[in-house]
Design a protein around this ligand. Structure first.
Ligand code: F6P
Length: 545
């Protein structure tokens, strides 16, 4: 099955054979206006695609493919709440989570925009209560430490956003100490609990399903820690849970079963995919970190990107262009590695967030009509703060043997005001590195005179396709735009590849098998029938214990 066996696809294969090998440096030589012609902007954000291996014809043909795949209809289905997550029989309505209050969207007769805002208001009350030191622990001390326990989408988005927006704390929110616990092996929680005061600590148990074992085992450990701390006072478990636990889930019944009372619940809905959920009440840690006004500003930024995505012709549409250039690289130039390189330490967790967003969404080999794909889908994605990665894996980007497409992400303005002169200088240095690296990666050592005389081990071949995403400034608003941009990019690529980006069946088998192996490790089952490697490892572990 090849989704590119169409008129536009065939034209693009042909175009790739004739033009795909052109070096980016020669494209710049041929057309000195590349930047003007291949950079696109909306308020607060610029997308520079001029260092990609594209021409106007490439973009025209890519847009023709998007039209062939009826992308406009898919976009409309996404926003209107059609059940496009077919394998789970539900819509994917993360866009509704950032839709303004005055709009409406009916889902089975209910206006879900009202529901969204009721829940945001409920979250706001809770945030204000904690910020005002009115949420008290069992002994009457005000809570000043929050521990978010979650994993995957119930961790990565809030974790990343809290770091990204660390400059936007308010007077009240900066008094809160915020921690994230996700690892199943106990590493995060064990090192944390020693440092915390149980009387002032509140745990937020974030889990869409409220069945994820990683989260539940950490939650149990937290509860036992609190019970032990409160045992001298003889405080009973129900009170401990009521004062020290909040649950955030799309499955209230499970929160009740775990013991969290209704009053401590925040809700979201099954039509919110885990990796698309930071806009919902899963974003509670973000709101606690930056305050509700800033949280709403982040939602407004995402909504602005939604509107742009929904209303703008493909030729000027940032998510569509970003996605289609990715399709060109992956399916026509056979580039299957993608580096995410933020030149901003505040975006240090963006690569791991995008790893889940992209690879859990589009890392699939089956089409919507249940056929094996005959083409590449999601590339391998990884990344690191750009300037740090320069001292780590850039060697491979510059002189390795595999082609890698690179996203450079930074902002033009940082560290304003007369007291920030040194830091502003550091930012300029950082920007010069960002620009230098994308320049060399794309154009190679043609950027310096006489490079051809250097020995071969000193040469830089370049031609690694680079995108630069330049924010005017990193604010809650532009950050919301940035994340929504990537969400929609992923959606567009899924449409072209004919895959469902909203399920994740590939993560299920591991959970089942792990549950089955546990008794062999705890000694509850003698000799399981297993492959020799797994059995050998179990026996070695048991002998060593
Ligand atoms: O195992 C994968 C996954 O289902 C992700 O899709 C999800 O974000 C994560 O686990 C956590 O799930 P939950 O929020 O239900 O605990």
């Amino acid at each position: 099955m090849n989704v590119f066996a169409t008129e536009a696809g065939t034209d693009l294969y042909e175009h790739a054979t004739t033009h795909g090998k052109a070096h980016i440096a020669s494209l710049f030589k041929q057309n000195p206006k590349r930047f003007e012609e291949f950079s696109f902007s909306i308020d607060g954000m610029l997308l520079d695609l001029s260092k990609q291996r594209i021409t106007h014809k490439t973009l025209d043909l890519l847009c023709a493919i998007a039209r062939e795949k009826k992308l406009d209809q898919w976009i409309s289905d996404l926003f209107s709440g059609k059940k496009i997550n077919t394998s789970e029989d539900r819509p994917a309505l993360h866009t509704a989570l950032r839709t303004p209050k005055y709009q409406s969207l009916l889902l089975e007769g209910t206006n879900i925009i009202d529901q969204v805002h009721e829940n945001l208001d409920r979250m706001e009350k809770l945030v204000n209560q904690i910020h005002a030191k009115q949420w008290l622990g069992c002994t009457g001390d005000a809570i000043d430490t929050i521990v978010n326990i979650g994993v995957g989408g119930s961790d990565l988005g809030p974790f990343m956003a809290c770091k990204a927006l660390c400059d936007f704390t308010t007077e009240n929110s900066s008094r809160i100490d915020l921690h994230f616990v996700s690892s199943m092996d106990g590493s995060h929680i064990s090192s944390l609990l020693d440092k915390l005061d149980p009387t002032r600590t509140l745990f937020v148990i974030s889990s869409k399903s409220f069945t994820t074992i990683d989260t539940l085992c950490n939650a149990e450990t937290a509860l036992e820690w609190l019970k032990r701390s409160y045992s001298p006072e003889g405080i009973d478990q129900d009170l401990i849970v009521a004062r020290h636990f909040i649950g955030v889930s799309a499955t209230p019944k499970k929160m009740i079963e775990w013991g969290i009372p209704d009053s401590n619940h925040l809700y979201f809905w099954d039509w919110t995919g885990g990796r698309y959920s930071m806009w919902s009440t899963i974003g509670l840690p973000i709101a606690l970190r930056i305050g509700m006004d800033n949280f709403r500003s982040m939602l407004a930024g995402a909504h602005e990107m939604d509107t742009h995505f929904h209303d703008t012709p493909f030729e000027q549409n940032l998510p569509v262009l970003l996605a289609m250039v990715g399709i060109w690289n992956i399916n026509f130039l056979c580039i299957t590695a993608h580096a995410i390189l933020p030149y901003d330490g505040r975006l240090s967790h963006l690569p791991s967030y995008l790893e889940q967003l992209e690879m859990e969404s589009n890392g699939k080999n089956t089409t919507r009509s249940n056929e094996r794909v005959g083409y590449n889908t999601c590339p391998v994605l990884w990344g690191e703060i750009g300037t740090n990665a320069q001292h780590a894996f850039y060697q491979l980007l510059h002189q390795g043997t595999i082609p890698v497409m690179c996203d450079f992400i930074t902002s033009a303005v940082r560290y304003e005001g007369p007291n920030n002169i040194e830091l502003k200088r550091q930012h300029q240095l950082n920007l010069s590195n960002c620009l230098a690296q994308s320049q060399i990666l794309a154009l190679g050592d043609t950027v310096i005179e006489g490079a051809e005389n250097a020995p071969i081990y000193k040469r830089y071949q370049g031609n690694q396709p680079c995108t630069t995403l330049l924010l005017d400034k990193l604010t809650p608003h532009t950050f919301g735009m940035l994340i929504a941009l990537y969400e929609h990019k992923v959606f567009v690529q899924s449409v072209i590849w004919d895959i469902n980006p909203f399920d994740q069946w590939g993560v299920e088998l591991g959970k089942t098998i792990a549950t089955g192996l546990l008794p062999a490790l705890t000694g509850e089952c003698e000799k399981p029938s297993l492959d020799s490697s797994t059995l050998g490892l179990i026996e070695h572990i048991n002998r060593t214990n």
